[in-house]
Write a protein that binds this ligand. Structure first.
Ligand SMILES: [Zn+2]
Ligand SMILES: [Zn+2]
Length: 344
């Protein structure tokens, strides 16, 4: 996540809360650096170190890395003609796969170093193995189609069950998705990243996926994460106008709520994809020039969200919700503030 976006989202809050929310969010960078005001410097050194740390320096065998990540490799010795422990590491049934899974424990993905994006010390990769598999299938490349769709299934499993991702970072010549006749990929160096990753976004419909280093799996969701159709009061205003909302602000409000309606305190329901569902709501509507930041966005259970829009007491509710948001923000700042003695 871009730290500057967080800053923007919190522009109306006090200076310190910018850093606080960044910590509470999925940035796990040193709080000291953020709060001591020198985070620009921190950011630069972090970025350099992070990429350097990830760039593989060795060329390890896939089987060893998969085992180190916590996936059983017991079956690698089994070939069609019977077991052969000496050749286990080059078992074609496994060694060319792009993804591995140990159910309920871990998913291991092979990712290209050159396709990783880094921003403010956070590294992520945007992938869509499902689409890749479809285009390979159309070109008659059945093996790649199968490997890609298996990778997509592993990602789905990780997204659904919130298990961590471990990444085998690969350096070498990547084959291109656009050209099915290009040379097969060749890996010169590969290593297991010591830091766990997580699926931070997965679109069931398209297969679009974002994997982020050092992130927590996405635990919360709201009405905008999926096109649930018309009928949501926030989708458009009375004149049909659609307002653009910051996804970062919504996510911050959901993290702050931690799965409970910020008005009545009841837990949101568990969605089919394993995430907790609440609805995010602008206390002062965007159409009334309400701010699109965390001081004006609240997470509500579906019932109270409808009430906030349609109830006979909606005017007085708005005042209450404003107080609730303020209290929630204050509480959060209290929770994450760091004793000044630690800010050397
Ligand atoms: Zn409620
Ligand atoms: Zn609303």
């Amino acid at each position: 996540m871009d730290r500057r976006l967080v800053g923007h989202a919190f522009s109306a809050a006090q200076e310190i809360s910018i850093a606080d929310f960044a910590i509470v969010g999925w940035l796990r960078t040193s709080a000291r650096g953020l709060l001591s005001g020198d985070w620009k410097v921190t950011q630069d050194s972090v970025s350099k170190n992070v990429l350097d740390e990830i760039d593989p320096k060795t060329h390890s065998r896939v089987m060893d890395l998969v085992r180190n990540a916590g996936v059983s490799v017991n079956d690698w010795v089994n070939f069609r003609k019977g077991p052969n422990p000496l050749r286990a590491a080059s078992n074609p049934k496994y060694c060319y796969e792009w993804a591995f899974v140990e159910p309920a424990k871990v998913v291991v993905l092979n990712l290209w170093f050159d396709s990783m994006e880094e921003q403010s010390g956070t590294v992520r990769q945007v992938i869509n193995p499902r689409q890749f598999g479809i285009s390979m299938g159309r070109a008659g490349r059945k093996t790649w189609e199968r490997r890609a769709s298996r990778m997509d299934l592993c990602i789905q499993q990780a997204a659904r069950t919130k298990i961590p991702i471990r990444v085998i970072v690969c350096q070498g010549d990547m084959r291109t998705a656009e050209d099915p006749d290009s040379e097969p990929s060749h890996v010169y160096r590969r290593a297991l990243d010591p830091e766990p990753w997580a699926i931070t976004s997965y679109d069931q419909t398209t297969g679009d996926c974002v994997v982020t280093r050092g992130a927590e799996p996405d635990r919360f969701t709201d009405q905008f994460d999926e096109s649930v159709g018309e009928g949501y009061p926030d989708q458009r205003d009375a004149n049909g106008k659609v307002f653009v909302r910051s996804a970062e602000v919504r996510k911050s409000a959901l993290l702050r709520a931690d799965g409970f309606c910020e008005f009545c305190g009841v837990p949101g329901f568990l969605k089919y994809d394993g995430r907790v569902f609440l609805e995010t709501h602008h206390v002062v509507p965007l159409s009334e020039k309400g701010r699109d930041n965390i001081t004006n966005v609240i997470s509500l259970c579906p019932n109270h969200h409808r009430e906030a829009h349609y109830s006979s007491r909606r005017a007085s509710l708005r005042t209450i919700l404003q107080v609730k948001v303020q209290e929630a923000n204050d509480k959060l700042i209290e929770q994450v503030s760091i004793p000044t003695s630690e800010l050397s």
